[in-house]
Design a protein around this ligand. Structure first.
Ligand SMILES: Cc1ncc(COP(=O)(O)O)c(C=O)c1O
Length: 385
């Protein structure tokens, strides 16, 4: 794999199993199939590929997304409710640009995906945490938080949540909480931004229906991405919302001036998906990452000392480990690195300073044998500390 690459974010230190990175294994990426799709689309539609694209994205890709949503969630996706994005980070950034103003309150999960927090901060939003447990976002606490904010004269603009295979905890929001959240958001005119990046990486049967698919139109903006289901370097995803919300995005200055985002890639992936290459690639990912989830879960059981707890995620890339009482993951990290394993301390995911007693392990980059070794090294480091 990569060490100190000049062109990728991912860089790995020799001798350390880096369970820090939440990225796909580069060895599993669909290089050949994407190359073939690119050759076909450039041969047949070269002039269109290299022109400014339609604001909402190319027809072939939009059409495939419509079919995929129907296949996954049994929902008709009428025209005008989808816009292609350059991935979920880009989708979230656009939502903040067009639907919020600096100083607005954004509700965020705690722990939350730290890099989305960075995007919300770029827009100078004021962040209010709402706790997450094994059943996902605590909707009862959200209701209290909303009441307290209202009493203080503050009106939250949006809630950013990952209800399905959350980063960092791996938790999946329970069905009853999903219903309660939708009802609450609809009653309070709170916009839910649903980051659905891990939906396709479900290892124990289909993922639960998205919030978007169960809510009245306009309550939820759902962000979908090809970053985990195909490849992050594509910088490609989509957003589902009401016709009015999507029109706000397709009609924005960015798209009026530059056309649909990441158009050439969107044409290539439209061809890739229409040609039937998506499903077999996804099956390869599910088989590989599901086996890695199983391997790490079992290895933690063999190697972590008493007092450690973790939950087995139904999908995604992450296992969240609670350390024995009183242990701080930030102090454990240098010890773990000396033992040849790295992770992300829980404090990275709590913007209010909590999370010291937990850590996130990403199992996506390594084979089952390497994960066995990683768990053994982590267990030794915890005992040494
Ligand atoms: C929850 C979550 N959202 C978004 C992203 C990034 O998505 P994209 O590559 O589509 O911008 C990640 C990547 O790790 C993620 O874990």
């Amino acid at each position: 794999m990569f060490s100190a690459s000049l062109s990728t974010q991912l860089s790995l230190r020799p001798g350390i199993l880096e369970l820090y990175w939440g990225q796909p294994d580069p060895r599993l990426l669909p290089i050949e199939a994407v190359r073939e799709a690119a050759t076909r689309v450039f041969t047949q539609h070269g002039m269109e590929v290299l022109s400014y694209g339609k604001e909402a994205g190319p027809a072939a890709l939009l059409d495939w997304i419509r079919q995929r949503v129907q296949h996954n969630e049994g929902q008709e996706l009428p025209p005008g409710e989808t816009v292609v994005t350059a991935g979920n980070s880009d989708g979230l950034d656009q939502v903040c640009t067009l639907f919020t103003r600096a100083g607005d309150v954004a509700l965020v999960e705690s722990p939350a995906y730290h890099l989305a927090i960075a995007i919300l901060r770029d827009h100078q939003l004021e962040l209010e945490p709402v706790p997450v447990d094994e059943g996902g976002l605590r909707v009862d606490v959200l209701a209290e938080t909303l009441r307290a904010l209202k009493r203080a004269g503050r009106n939250p603009r949006l809630l950013y949540t990952i209800p399905t295979f959350q980063n960092p905890t791996g938790s999946c929001m329970a069905a009853s909480r999903r219903r309660a959240l939708i009802e609450l958001a609809a009653a309070e005119s709170l916009l839910i931004v649903e980051d659905d990046v891990y939906r396709e990486l479900a290892y124990d049967g289909p993922a639960p229906p998205s919030l978007w698919s169960e809510a009245p139109r306009g309550v939820v903006l759902r962000l979908g991405s090809f970053a985990k289901s195909l490849a992050p370097g594509l910088r490609l995803g989509w957003l589902n919302g009401s016709v009015e919300q999507v029109a706000r995005i397709t009609g924005c200055g960015l798209r009026a001036s530059g056309g649909g985002v990441n158009h050439a890639t969107a044409m290539v992936i439209g061809e890739f998906c229409a040609g039937g290459a998506f499903e077999p690639q996804l099956e390869r990912f599910r088989a590989a990452y599901g086996a890695r989830r199983d391997a790490l879960d079992a290895a933690l059981g063999r190697h972590l000392p008493d007092g450690c707890r973790w939950t087995r995620p139904g999908g995604g890339y992450f296992i969240w480990v609670a350390l024995p009482a009183g242990m701080d993951a930030r102090e454990l990290l240098p010890v773990a690195e000396r033992h040849g394993v790295a992770f992300t301390p829980g404090t990275r995911f709590h913007h209010d300073g909590g999370g010291a007693g937990a850590l996130r392990l990403a199992f996506s980059l390594y084979t089952p044998d390497e994960l066995e070794e990683a768990a053994q090294r982590l267990g030794s480091a915890i005992r040494a500390l």
